[in-house]
Design a protein around this ligand. Sequence first.
Ligand code: AHM
Ligand code: MG
Length: 337
Amino acid sequence: MNQIVTLDEFIIQRQKDFPFATGELTGLLRDIGLAAKIVNREVNKAGLVNIFGLTHKDNASGERVQKLDIYANERLIGCLKNSGECCGIASEENKTFLPIPSLESKSAKYVVIFDPLDGSSNIDVNVSLGTIFGIYRRVSESGQVVLDDFLQKGNQLVAAGYVLYGTSTMLVYSTGKGVNGFTLDPSIGEFCLSHRNITIPKTGPYYSINQGHFNKFDKPMQKYIHHCADQGLGLRYVGTMVTDVHRTLVKGGIFIYPNTSSHPDGKLRLLYECNPMSFLVEQAGGQAISCKMERILDMKPTELHQRTSVAMGSPMMVDEMKTFLKKAKAMDKIRTA
Ligand code: AHM
Ligand code: MG
């Protein structure tokens, strides 16, 4: 039998990669792993208990919030508050950031940003959901955290990851030295290393986009979508970013959420969704850009709930999309001149 490596064992082993590590990041990652197990338990039994349904409250971006979102948000906040390693939290479900007063004399140096339950429109229909997180070192010296601690570029991420509540539950994370995936073994209640050093294929068989919004895309994007179909690529779209990006990481392909006429800046959030997922995709050898062709991780956030268009995935496919869109935009300019 192969030696089982649990998430906790792996995180502790990997601490050696950072010679001056104090164990705080290790503790924080373990706490997120624990929160993931608690959320997973609830996600799994959601059909059995009366937890489904809308709360009839809106989240900070004005969208309908569902009960399980709130549960996941509260559990994550609870675990991070107790950890003692985290001095501030920003969640997609909260309008502003939450400072965490330091425990006893300890002064924590990390802030955590997360989307507690990604794909919430899929809750009621038993389709996979996710949790996305990113960890930054605070930039303010001491005392209570400030907005600038959260408005950092993605290229400053110390670690990022996601939990995928799918046919099995997986936690995938990176501390900037490759990407590793762990599958929850429910019989022992542990995440076990199942996907060592995930590397995205250079190209892949799928494009992933909500094609129902086709009429709201700009012309060059519409042409690119036709081009994907002409190439014989398969269309795969779950509507949970974590799931769509996870498939893209493992099988190769391209995931796109472009700007649309109803969401001119894109729909997905830079801090809570795009930065952590872009960090992982790049760590796995892929690329992540906006539809304005900027590298996502180099974008300077100006507000917590900022949105962006995004395209990420296999490096050759993102490169090809860039070339295609540049040409299509140039042709459009000539035609309208
Ligand atoms: P959420 O965090 O409120 O669930 O919204 C984000 C989700 C992503 O997971 C997914 O890629 C996208 O929204 C789906 O949007 P659409 O229904 O417009 O395709
Ligand atoms: Mg989300």
